[in-house]
Design a protein around this ligand. Structure first.
Ligand code: IPE
Ligand code: IPE
Ligand code: MG
Ligand code: MG
Ligand code: MG
Length: 293
């Protein structure tokens, strides 16, 4: 993640990303183990890179509780596996039909559709195995709810149903809150619940998460219009071509930026209200609007 943030935080982010990447690789089944094709496809998309935003959010939520972040590296990796599963399926011909992801051909392009469906399913299942290993049912429940019909999947179906028709700002907000929003919100909840955060602080972090989750998706929409494919690692100008309901389509680029900015400012205030120091979440909120990819 490139940004103009304080070098101290940047170093810390680099360190945690390093740990996440190390464990993501280590926890995956070996590429030469049976069923080999499936394991190869699982590893292919996970290890292609990505910002690792979701595990990082979980690790920070745990760390601000005064706990060593490596304690929860497995459930944190589970969140990245779930995210990667959602990307593999999102790219399928029956969904967004994309050829490029994380700077390389999408899983179905490289391995075929059957393997893309199954590799996604396998990452999804494995993630819940890892989450269950925490022994905390409420963590499993939080994530399951966030990515299910009332969360991410609900958002995905609205996204598809809204293709090629007029949508209002309310509608696009609604579907964006579902889509990745719920997933991003849940990531911090995992860290906060496991870290033993107070109910009041969890509430503030939850509200913060709703706002940055939405801001994140708005910026994703904007980057589809303004960024270059080489930087983004996925095909650009795709939303317009597919008639997607996006913020730029509904309110224009300028207003989209203003809304994302306002959400981030408001989210930073939620962090101020917490009883424990959690300034890193303000930094992350800034990174979300200043990111280039
Ligand atoms: C892309 O997520 C899909 C959305 C939810 C908008 P990211 O932008 O976090 O993708 P990676 O993980 O960095 O590849
Ligand atoms: C996908 O949103 C959100 C998911 C839950 C996977 P997009 O369809 O906008 O994500 P990109 O732009 O393909 O990464
Ligand atoms: Mg999509
Ligand atoms: Mg897509
Ligand atoms: Mg997008």
């Amino acid at each position: 993640v490139k940004s103009g943030i304080d070098p101290g935080w940047e170093e810390d982010l680099r360190q945690k990303s390093g740990a996440v990447n190390f464990w993501l690789e280590k926890l995956l089944p070996p590429a030469d183990s049976v069923p080999r094709e499936l394991h190869e496809a699982m590893r292919y998309c996970v290890m292609a890179g990505g910002k690792r935003l979701r595990p990082l959010l979980a690790l920070y939520a745990y760390e601000v509780c005064g706990k060593p972040y490596l304690d929860i590296i497995k459930p944190a990796c589970a969140l990245e596996y779930i995210h990667t599963y959602s990307l593999i399926h999102d790219d399928l011909p029956c969904m967004d039909n994309d050829d490029l992801r994380r700077g390389q051909p999408t899983v179905h392009r490289k391995f075929g559709e059957a393997l893309a469906v199954l590799a996604g399913d396998a990452l999804h299942a494995y993630a819940f195995e890892l989450l269950a290993s925490t022994g905390r049912a409420e963590v499993v429940e939080e994530v399951a709810h966030a990515i299910g019909n009332y969360g991410m999947l609900g958002g995905q179906i609205c996204d598809i149903m809204a293709e090629n028709r007029e949508v209002t700002l309310e509608e696009v907000e609604q579907l964006h809150r579902g889509k990745p929003g719920a997933q991003i919100r849940a990531t911090r909840m995992v860290g906060a619940i496991l870290g033993g955060m107070s109910a009041n602080d969890i509430r503030h972090l939850y509200v913060y998460g709703e706002k940055i989750g939405l801001a994140f998706q708005i910026v994703d929409d904007i980057l589809d219009v303004t960024a270059e494919s080489s930087c983004l690692g996925k095909t650009v100008r795709k939303d317009l071509e597919s008639g997607k309901a996006t913020y730029p389509k509904v309110v224009g680029i300028q207003k989209s930026w203003e809304i994302a900015r306002a959400l981030v400012e408001s989210a930073k205030q939620d962090i101020e209200k917490m009883s424990i120091p959690a300034a890193v979440f303000k930094v992350i909120a800034e990174v979300i609007v200043s990111r280039q990819n």
